[in-house]
Unconditional design. Structure first.
Ligand SMILES: O=P(O)(O)O[C@H]1O[C@H](CO)[C@@H](O)[C@H]1O
Ligand SMILES: O=c1cc[nH]c(=O)[nH]1
Length: 252
């Protein structure tokens, strides 16, 4: 029998574990999947690479969404169509506040919706908020892993290049980090009644004005300090999914 595949990502409509880690880079999806028991590649079409396996007994989906929210939201929507109910985005981001250093984790409490796609779905005043239980699970997991971490608001922004960021737009607003897809995930989750959150590894600062010389260099994801942060962050994201599943089972 031909498998029922979803139209854009070509993931199967049934059979995926409901707890998912989503990442930008297909290679990072493979690296996270390598931490799972019995990892299996389910599909790989365009930038959307999907694995399943288990983390300490919890069945988990790991999937890549590529760079940029308009493409990423297609994966979030199709994973939801396939029955995924809990999403944690595990990405990289630039630091926006002094004291947040390279390799540190930022746990998102919510995001500014400058993503370039959700404005076409909803008025801009609609908030992009993380599920509180996801924030707490990520925080518990980061503490347990002894991973340097911060909580705060994230600026999801479609234009990545330094020269294209209106840096004064959020002066004194206390934003913690900047990346490109999180608000699209949070809005999707709110619209569809899903649990979602995000944990981001700092890989520098993507504008000279944002560089805190003591803590971050300029944007450069290809450094050991970032690789170490990514290794820690992967465990934090998977462990947070397990805590969330435990909580769900306790509440049932
Ligand atoms: O490391 P990922 O998850 O891809 O996240 C960040 O890195 C990419 C930009 O280089 C964007 O996707 C941004 O959100
Ligand atoms: O959007 C992004 C992603 C990673 N690092 C940055 O500085 N900005």
């Amino acid at each position: 029998m031909t498998q029922d595949l979803l139209p854009i990502t070509r993931i199967p409509r049934t059979g995926l574990p409901p707890s998912a880690v989503v990442v930008g880079d297909p290679a990072r999806a493979a690296a996270v999947a390598a931490l799972l028991d019995g990892a299996e590649e389910i599909s790989y079409h365009r930038e959307y690479r999907v694995f399943s396996g288990s983390w300490k007994g919890l069945p988990v989906t790991v999937a890549s969404h590529g760079v940029g929210a308009p493409g990423a939201i297609l994966l979030f929507q199709e994973l939801a169509d396939a029955g995924v109910t809990t999403f944690l985005r595990f990405g990289t981001a630039g630091a926006m506040r002094p004291g947040i250093g390279d390799g540190d984790l930022v746990i998102a409490e919510g995001a500014v919706r400058d993503d370039g796609v959700t404005q076409q779905l909803l008025p801009p005043e609609y908030p992009a908020v993380s599920s509180p239980e996801a924030v707490f699970a990520l925080q518990r997991a980061a503490r347990a892993a002894d991973a340097p971490h911060h909580r705060g608001l994230v600026w999801t922004r479609a234009a990545f290049q330094p020269g294209l960021i209106p840096l004064t737009a959020y002066d004194n607003a206390g934003l913690a980090a900047i990346e490109m897809e999180l608000s699209a995930l949070l809005v999707t989750a709110s619209l569809r009644g899903l649990v979602a959150g995000g944990v981001l590894v700092i890989d520098g600062a993507n504008a000279d004005e944002l560089v805190d010389e003591e803590n971050t260099g300029g944007y450069n994801p290809h450094r050991d300090v970032v690789a170490v942060g990514v290794e820690r962050g992967a465990v934090v994201a998977l462990e947070a999914l397990r805590l969330l599943a435990q909580e769900r089972a306790g509440a049932a």
